[in-house]
Structure formats: structure tokens, C-alpha cells
Design a protein around this ligand. Structure first.
Ligand SMILES: Cc1cc2nc3c(=O)[nH]c(=O)nc-3n(C[C@H](O)[C@H](O)[C@H](O)COP(=O)(O)OP(=O)(O)OC[C@H]3O[C@@H](n4cnc5c(N)ncnc54)[C@H](O)[C@@H]3O)c2cc1C
Length: 104
């Protein structure tokens, strides 16, 4: 079955199913968003790409006391972006916990 990315989500293309005989099927999948056992147990809201919803800058999820940053927030990206978000989120968390922060 063919899958296309449309309207912000993966969608099946009807009529493209095929059947192959196989001894082993190995699935290597990426770009599918974060696991949802965490969002379900913590009550995190998801965005339209099924990432954990949080604004860049505050990094606060829809659940109080839960901050999210990096690929799980923005989707698959670059490691330098994840590092930058991690640093910014650490600052926001410090501010939240301590009321002030010296972090850059
Ligand atoms: C194959 C591949 C190639 C890539 N190549 C490049 C590249 O060349 N250049 C580039 O800039 N970027 C590349 N990227 C993207 C880059 O790796 C990511 O953008 C970056 O690693 C995201 O960092 P992160 O900290 O947000 O997430 P991650 O690096 O995915 O870290 C998340 C961590 O959370 C842990 N975790 C998950 N669930 C739990 C839990 N319940 N409890 C505790 N820990 C948990 C995971 O084990 C993991 O260690 C590549 C990605 C992939 C998959």
C-alpha cells in the first residue's frame, strides 16, 4: 500500500495494496512522531503531526509540569536544533522551578 503525506498526516492511497511472499519482514520506519504511551499516560495534547504540542519558547506541554523539546515537539529535524531547544527548555524549567534563572 502506498502512503502519502497529505494535510499534515500520513494517509493510505486506496487501491495500492500489494501482496508479497516473504520469510521475514523487517520494518525500518522513521518520521512517525513520538511514541504515544507517554502522551496518553500524561495527558499530553498532540499537534496536527502527532508530535507533543508545546510552543517553541515556553516548551510547556498541555500537562502542567511537563515540558517538551526536540524532535518529540518539532518533529524530525537537525541535531543542532534539538540541542538548542534542550538548552532553551532547561532555562524555562529552571525559571518555572526556581522563579528566576541564570541559564542563557
Ligand atoms: C537515521 C537518522 C539520521 C540522522 N542524521 C542526522 C544528521 O546527519 N544531522 C542532523 O543534524 N540530524 C540528524 N538526524 C536527526 C537527529 O538525530 C535528531 O534531530 C536529534 O537526535 C533529536 O534529538 P532529541 O534529543 O530531540 O531526540 P532523540 O535524540 O531521539 O532523544 C530522545 C531520547 O529519549 C529517550 N526516551 C524515549 N522515551 C523515553 C522514556 N519514556 N523515558 C526515558 N527516555 C526516553 C530515547 O531513548 C532517546 O535517547 C538523524 C536522525 C536519524 C533517525
Amino acid at each position: 500500500m502506498d502512503i502519502v503525506f497529505k494535510n499534515g498526516a500520513l494517509q493510505k492511497v486506496d487501491g495500492t495494496e500489494k501482496t508479497w511472499k516473504a520469510d521475514l519482514v523487517f520494518l525500518s520506519m522513521g518520521f512517525l512522531g513520538p511514541e504515544h504511551y507517554l502522551s496518553e499516560s500524561l495527558g499530553l495534547e498532540l499537534d496536527e503531526k502527532t508530535n507533543y504540542r508545546a510552543d517553541k519558547g515556553s516548551y510547556r506541554s498541555s500537562a502542567s509540569h511537563v515540558f517538551v523539546a526536540g524532535d518529540c515537539r518539532s518533529g524530525q529535524s537537525l541535531v543542532v536544533r534539538a540541542i538548542n531547544e534542550g538548552r532553551e527548555a532547561a532555562r524555562e524549567i529552571d525559571l518555572f522551578l526556581m522563579g528566576s534563572t541564570d541559564l542563557p
